[in-house]
Design a protein. Structure first.
Length: 234
């Protein structure tokens, strides 16, 4: 049974349990990448508590929202100007492919910063409720692609030639959604993606694409939670 069958409160509880389990992986002296999204909020709150209890670590945030929350909880921040590598990043995901731990991320619009931090990390641990586990990426979820505002229509046509149906992401007020990096997000329906690494390469090779929400070969572990409890996938 997947947590997709549970109510919203139950799903929040699964997210909380997965995030709090992963928060215990942070050790004294680490540089930690802080993810973005509702599951990452539980992580940041747990790390705020651990910081107050005396754990010493420095954090690199993956979005403005994450940075604001972490700073409000007293978590000390650092940046790539001071640190070349991140010891451990803990982040959420929109879909996790069973077996490979390839991911779709970016429903929250933070995919570029999330990928930069993930790529600089010794270890990327994904936290999620177990409804995020899928056999094939793209089955239930659109692939977010971050593109430059200039020429986005042309970039969208090229993406369309790869076989995707494209919709520019908009805010509830109908304006274009703008990422923390000042770019637009095109939500791309590829259907089930049979070769995520190949699709990632093809998407990223298009001029105007800044990056895609396909994360292949980056996650080393996932902590999920559902009706059967916590699972630690390695
Ligand atoms: C933001 C992300 C999030 O990690 C992803 O959308 C999962 O969010 P949530 O924890 O709220 O389900 O990639 O860009």
């Amino acid at each position: 049974m997947s947590s997709a069958t549970g109510g919203a409160d139950q799903v929040r509880e699964y997210k909380r349990q997965a995030a709090e389990f992963a928060a215990e992986m942070v050790q004294d002296g680490m540089v930690v990448g802080l993810g973005t999204g509702s599951t990452a909020v539980f992580l940041i709150e747990a790390l705020g508590r651990r910081h107050r209890e005396g754990l010493r670590f420095l954090a690199i945030p993956t979005s403005v929202a994450t940075e604001k929350l972490a700073v409000s909880l007293g978590i000390p921040m650092t940046s790539f100007a001071e640190h070349e590598r991140v010891d451990l990043t803990i982040d959420g995901a929109d879909e996790i492919e069973r077996g490979t731990l390839n991911l779709i991320k970016g429903l929250g619009g933070a995919l570029l910063r999330e990928k930069i931090v993930a790529a600089a990390s010794e270890k990327l641990v994904i936290v999620a409720d177990d409804s995020k586990l899928v056999d094939h990426l793209g089955e239930h979820c659109l692939l977010p692609v971050e593109v430059t505002p200039f020429g986005w229509e042309s970039t969208a046509r090229h993406l369309g030639r790869l076989g995707a149906r494209i919709s520019p992401r908009r805010t509830p007020a109908g304006q274009f959604f703008v990422s923390d990096g000042g770019n637009l997000i095109l939500d791309c329906n590829f259907g089930a993606i049979s070769s995520p690494a190949e699709t990632e390469r093809a998407v990223r090779s298009i001029v105007g694409v800044v990056d895609s929400g396909l994360f292949t070969g980056l996650a080393s572990e996932a902590v999920t939670c559902g009706p059967e409890g916590l699972a630690h996938l390695v």
